[in-house]
Design a binder for this molecule. Structure first.
Ligand code: GDP
Ligand code: IMO
Ligand code: MG
Length: 430
């Protein structure tokens, strides 16, 4: 019985939250292993919508243990607000059911400010971030000047750490012409955060190890998507963490053997929020229609998502990079009623046909999609819960996608509702 890792296989917002919630019925523990509250995962259960950014998407099911792993960057105030919001929605969240890694890195207001400042500066350098401070917090982590969750328990000893962090940030702030931050301001921010989050803080690697040894099933929940991975994505238009499946082990403190089955999540088309290359982007009426039918607006920032056809080249590539065993194909219903559907099967770069996404920023911006056209379907897939409910042509589309990306489709999703999901092959039983 394998543990399952859920990762985005495109540019994020593939429907990871819905699928993790659906799969969590069979899991004992759900753990987030990277990213922060740049993520926006939406669940719809019997008409009630839950929006999650930091909390794992298993939280709405009673009896599951939710873990925010060491690979996550945690804004303590955002976490406390999200806990309060979910509690108001009737979700049971206590220090017994939610644990946050003691060695996870904190996001502070200085990171948020720097993120926003950079995004507002010179045209052409903008990434289109969520301005949550994600990048600057990861920079401080690898720069060895970050403050971590466990540090909140030892506030009086934090003096030298605060000074170290400030010597870096105040130099930057002087360069931007901003007032310097005082030691006292950071101390104050940390001490106001401490009582809100400390009750949840624990050595989660140890807890996960114990649970794994006891035979509990662990579901790892990725954020963002493989094309936003800091190594493998469309650099520099990426997020600041590894979003691919290998990170599930490092970002939770378990060895790679803990990763059993890797489930990649992909929409039946493609979306992207923020700047950066997007070979199959549609700026025409069809793109607008996909955005409208798919309600493609960012959960976190409300920005309209850019929409385009499915990119089988990129998907085949991310399938390899994340070691994807099966794909959950989501939002098939958004394609209902189209006369024809296109899928990108190769790229053209400077007159040559290529079959992979090149690494260079210049080449990524010059590639043109080569399309295969597939007939659309008249009936509706919306709300379908079994293969038998799908129009024959929709089944053909799914099968053709499977061939093109060279990876089996394990699940199909046909609406935002938890129950509107078709199981083809159970990842936990693989
Ligand atoms: P995530 O970031 O990968 O968890 O995805 P988001 O939650 O940000 O975005 C996916 C959106 O599509 C959410 O609003 C979901 O409720 C919705 N959604 C998920 N699966 C389906 C589906 O099969 N059909 C439709 N129409 N919407 C879906
Ligand atoms: P979920 O988990 C889609 C994008 C931002 C920007 C880039 C860098 O909901 O799929 P960041 O704030 O991370 O430094 O921004 O990454 N981005 C996402 N796009 N879904 C997400 O998360 C994203 N998280 C970040 O739009 O282009
Ligand atoms: Mg999202």
């Amino acid at each position: 019985m394998a543990n399952v890792v859920v990762v985005g296989a495109q540019w994020g917002d593939e429907g990871k939250g819905k699928i993790v919630d659906w799969l969590s019925e069979k899991a004992d523990v759900v753990v987030r292993f990277q990213g922060g509250h740049n993520a926006g995962h939406t669940l719809v259960i019997d008409g009630v919508t839950y929006k999650l950014s930091l909390l794992p998407s298993g939280v709405v099911r009673p009896g599951k243990l939710s873990i925010i792993g060491n690979g996550v960057v945690v804004d303590p105030h955002a976490l406390a607000d999200e806990i309060a919001r979910l509690k108001e929605q009737g979700v049971e969240l206590t220090p017994e059911t939610l644990k946050v890694a003691d060695n996870a890195t904190l996001i502070l207001s200085v990171h948020r400010e720097l993120d926003a400042l950079r995004e507002g500066s010179t045209e052409g350098t903008r990434i289109g971030t969520t301005k949550r401070g994600i990048g600057p917090a990861y920079e401080d982590k690898v720069g060895r000047r970050a403050i971590r969750l466990r540090d909140l328990a030892n506030l009086p000893t934090l003096g030298p750490k605060i000074d170290r962090m400030l010597s870096h940030h105040n130099a930057l702030r002087r360069g931007f012409g901003l007032p310097e931050l005082t030691h006292e301001a950071i101390y104050e921010e940390l001490s106001s955060a401490a009582p809100k989050v400390l009750p949840y803080v624990e050595a989660t690697w140890e807890l996960l190890d114990e649970r794994a040894r006891a035979g509990d099933r662990i579901l790892f929940e990725g954020a963002q998507g493989a094309l936003l991975d800091v190594d493998h994505g469309t650099y520099p238009f990426v997020t600041s963490s590894n979003t691919t499946a290998g990170q599930a082990a490092t970002g939770s403190g378990l060895g790679p053997r803990a990763i059993g089955y890797v489930l990649g999540i992909a929409k039946a088309y493609t979306t992207r929020v923020g700047e950066g290359p997007f070979p199959t982007e549609l700026t025409d009426e069809i793109g607008r229609r996909l955005g409208e039918r798919g309600h493609e607006f960012g959960t976190v920032t409300g920005r309209p998502r850019r929409c385009g056809w499915l990119d089988a080249v990129a998907l085949r590539q991310t399938g390899r990079i994340s070691g994807i065993d099966g794909i959950a194909l989501t939002k098939l219903d958004v394609l209902d009623g189209l006369d024809e559907i296109k899928v990108c099967v190769a790229y053209e770069l400077d007159g040559q046909t290529i079959n992979r996404l090149p690494a260079s920023q210049g080449a990524q911006s010059r590639i043109r999609p080569v399309y295969e056209t597939i007939e659309g379907w008249k009936g509706a897939t919306a709300g379908a819960r079994s293969w038998a409910d799908l129009p024959a042509q929709a089944v053909k589309y799914v099968r053709r996608v499977e061939e093109l990306i060279d990876c089996p489709i394990a699940l199909v999703s046909t609406s935002p509702e938890r129950a509107d999901t078709i199981l083809v092959a159970d990842p936990f039983e693989d």
